[in-house]
Structures are given as C-alpha cells and as structure tokens.
Design a protein around this ligand. Structure first.
Ligand SMILES: O=P(O)(O)OC[C@H]1O[C@H](O)[C@H](O)[C@@H](O)[C@@H]1O
Length: 443
C-alpha cells in the first residue's frame, strides 16, 4: 500500500540522539492502553476501530440519502459546529475545485452566532431549493440549534411541510437531545452518532460521511484509506508506525519546552484540515494546565505575515508540515519578454516545483532558526489519502494524550463560556448564576 509518510529527522536533531528510541516503551504503553481500553476516557474509544467496522451496507445507505438530497436540492446546508462541522468541511474543501461551486452547493451554518451571516444565508436561500443536514451530537448546541430553527421553518415555508421532510436529515444522539426528538417526531431520515465517539473523532461516522457524499465525493475511498491506516497503525513496529512516531516526537519536543505546534500546509485546499486538526489536538490535550498549543498557517501565504515570527520569534515552537507530493494539474511558469521581475530563469518550470523549493527552503531556514520540523507527506489529495491522513492524526492524538497524562477524550473546559453566556441571557435554571454574574459586572 502506498501511504502518507512521516519524517521526523529534522525534529529529532533537536533532541538527544537516542531520545526517540528511548521513548518506545512509554509510547507502546500509551498505545496499548488505547487498544486495551484501559486509558482515561475509555468510554470514548468507539472511533479507534471505526474504519474497519464500516460495512458496504452502511455506506450504501448514506449514499442513497445523499442521492435524494442531491436530486432535490440546489443547495444543502450542513448545520453543525466543532466536531459536527470541521471534518466534513476539511474533506470537502480538500477535494473540491478552488473556484467552481459544487452542484448542489454545500453551505455551512450553525458554526457561529452572527446575525449578518444568518441573514445573508437565509436571503440567499430564498430563491433556491435547499435541504438541511442538522448535525449535533448533544442536540443542544446553541449555534446549531439556532441555525436549524431558522432553516427548518424557511425550508417548510418554501417547500411545504411534506416536501421539506424529504430533504431534512438529522445526525445526532440515538435517544436524547432536541435534534433526535424533532427528527423522530417529524419523521426525518436520521443517523446516530455513537455514544462512544466524541465529536472531534467523528468524521468517519455519518457526521462527516453524509455531507461528503452529498458533495459528490467517494466515501468508499475515504473509508478505505482510513481502514488501511488503521491496519498500519495497529501492526507496524515503532520505527515504522507513523502515529506512534508523531506522538513520540511531539511529546519529546513538548518536554523540551516547545509548547506550540504550528501545522503548516502549502496547498490552500488544506486550510480546513488545519482547522479540524486544531480542534482534535486542542480539545484533546489542552487541560490540567498542560498541552501543546495547536496553531496553524497556510503557506506560502503566511510566510508573508507570520514568517518573521516563526523564523525569529520566541523559540518555543515546532512545525509540522503537511506536504502534498503530486499536483493534480500542470501549470508552467510563463515567459515574459521584459522580465521586469527577473523571474525568467523559472520559465517553463512546473509551478509545483517552485512551491516545493519554497517548502524546502523554508524548512531549512526554520530549522536553522531553531524550529524543529516534522514533515508529513501525502502522495495526492484524493479521498483515499485524506482518509489515511485523518485517521493517522486521530490515533496519534489518542496516543499523544495518553503520553501527556491527560484524558484526551473529554472537554470539560468548553462549558465555562456556555455557563456564563446562559447566565447573561437569563436561561431558566440559571437564576443563581445570572444573579452572581450581574453582581460581578456591576462592581
Ligand atoms: O455535536 P454537538 O453536541 O453539537 O457539539 C459540537 C461541539 O461543541 C462542543 O461545545 C464541544 O466543544 C465540541 O467538542 C463539539 O464537537
């Protein structure tokens, strides 16, 4: 099998010579505790062998639902936030043309509380036949619930209640939450997010697979890539196990004082993979006053904004570059008679070759500047390799969180802002909190 490859040489050189080798027993233990289900948060390990549990029947059912939506909609709005949003968007953005709109158009909502966003979205949809995929594990998330309320009533108004039923799908908990109750009451087609799969690990459940299928991409190939990576991560020895090696090197760097990891790409299509990765690692590791801060850049774009900081700022960072080996198309550097920019020496070269030299030059400069560099190379941006990449990051995250000594599968800190927001908005049941927060603000 051809696969994504990890190169940690230019990061390991910042550590003692045998540091990575010496960590093997610890990493193996961290990985085994995932596999044996003995790690903290072990009631959330449903994602670990999810790829191999996906049957052709499950995929056929998702594809049939996607087909109904595709046939009946000019736009499909995917309502969700965090783990109920980023995975689908990451895959779709990787695979779609940078400029051409998909047919039907895939739009995202429920990931902010912006009045203008919702106003412009509902106005845009007024003249269009649209459907909705309402995704929320808890079924109670404010952003998503708000968008769904607006969109559902608009959809029913535009199509009539009966027709609307055919193009509204829920992906949510098996039993509880508003999304489940509404779906059951209205008879919407619905999918279950298993209890033991946390949002940020749910891209290979219908949370990700349904929107990706609606966008017209090949979910079989995506799952096949994840399945192959599942096998590799389970069986490969330490030195050849990308998940174990990535978990090892980032924890060693963290222990050496590098507490910020910058995920970088050289393809704009990977922007939302960065966003997905940030949630995966941020919510999994940032707790108990510990954790690497996950930051992201799009290059070469951000070399012209963040490049200075990375090159010469505080030396507490390391960089992980996701590099795509093969471009889909060919564009050659053009000739210019006047050569005012002095770039005719590049004439006839593939633009991708120039991009790769920018990447190599940057890697060497950053390493010279004291930034350890990890490189993940992805053969091509296809469903198969994206499936590999996402699953690789998930397993590595589980191992890494265990190495760090946290529960990688909870996110208790996320509730604090919600509590304050509900207190400020006088949510019934929050009377004491409302009183306390008002007193605090009036001091
Ligand atoms: O799927 P939902 O229950 O709506 O949750 C959506 C997201 O919001 C929460 O606040 C959590 O921080 C995320 O881990 C979760 O993915």
């Amino acid at each position: 099998m051809n696969e994504i490859k990890l190169d940690i040489m230019k990061a390991a050189q910042f550590l003692n010579t045998d540091a990575v080798t010496a960590l093997e027993p610890e990493v193996k233990k961290a990985h085994e505790s995932l596999e044996n289900g003995t790690c903290p948060g072990n009631d959330f390990l449903g994602w670990l062998h999810l790829p191999s549990s996906i049957t052709p029947e499950i995929l056929a059912d998702i594809k049939a639902t996607a087909q109904t939506l595709r046939e009946n909609c000019e736009a499909i709005v995917v309502a969700g936030i965090g783990g109920s949003y980023l995975g689908a968007r990451a895959v779709i953005e990787c695979l779609k043309n940078n400029f051409e709109e998909l047919t039907p158009r895939i739009l995202f909502a429920g990931n902010n509380i912006s009045e203008d966003y919702l106003s412009e979205l509902t106005a845009y949809l007024k003249t269009r036949k649209f459907g909705i995929i309402n995704i929320s594990k808890s079924g109670t998330t404010t952003e998503t619930a708000l968008a769904f309320r607006l969109l559902r009533s608009q959809c029913e108004e535009q199509r009539g209640k009966e027709e609307a039923r055919k193009v509204i799908v829920a992906v949510t908990d098996a039993k509880k939450g508003a999304a489940r109750v509404t779906a059951d009451k209205e008879g919407y087609k619905s999918y279950v997010i298993p209890d033991n799969v946390g949002g940020r690990f749910s891209v290979l459940t219908p949370v990700g697979l349904l929107p990706i299928a609606c966008a017209g991409f090949d979910i079989e190939e995506l799952v096949r890539g994840a399945q192959d990576m599942e096998k590799l991560c389970q069986t490969a020895p330490y030195t050849e196990n990308p998940a174990e090696q990535y978990a090892a090197i980032r924890n060693l760097l963290y222990r050496a004082g590098k507490n910020i990891e910058i995920l970088a790409n050289y393809q704009p299509k990977l922007h939302y993979v960065n966003e997905w990765w940030k949630q995966l690692y941020g919510e999994s590791e940032g707790k108990d006053n510990k954790g690497i801060f996950p930051a992201t850049v799009d290059l070469t774009t951000d070399l012209h904004s963040m490049g200075q900081w990375i090159q010469e700022g505080e030396r507490n960072i390391f960089e992980t570059v996701v590099s795509v080996e093969k471009s889909k198309y060919t564009v050659l550097f053009p000739h210019d008679e006047e050569n005012l920019d002095g770039l005719n020496f590049l004439e006839g070269k593939r633009v991708d070759e120039v991009n790769k030299m920018a990447e190599l030059g940057t890697q060497l400069a950053h390493v010279d500047g004291g930034v350890p560099n990890i490189r993940i190379s992805v053969p091509e941006l296809t469903e198969y390799y994206i499936g590999q990449l996402l699953y690789f990051f998930e397993v590595a995250c589980g191992i890494s969180g265990n190495l760090l000594g946290v529960n990688p599968f909870n996110q208790p800190g996320v509730e604090s802002y919600k509590k304050n927001m509900f207190a400020l908005l006088n949510k019934p049941g929050y009377e004491a909190e409302s009183k306390a927060i008002r007193e605090r603000l009036n001091k």
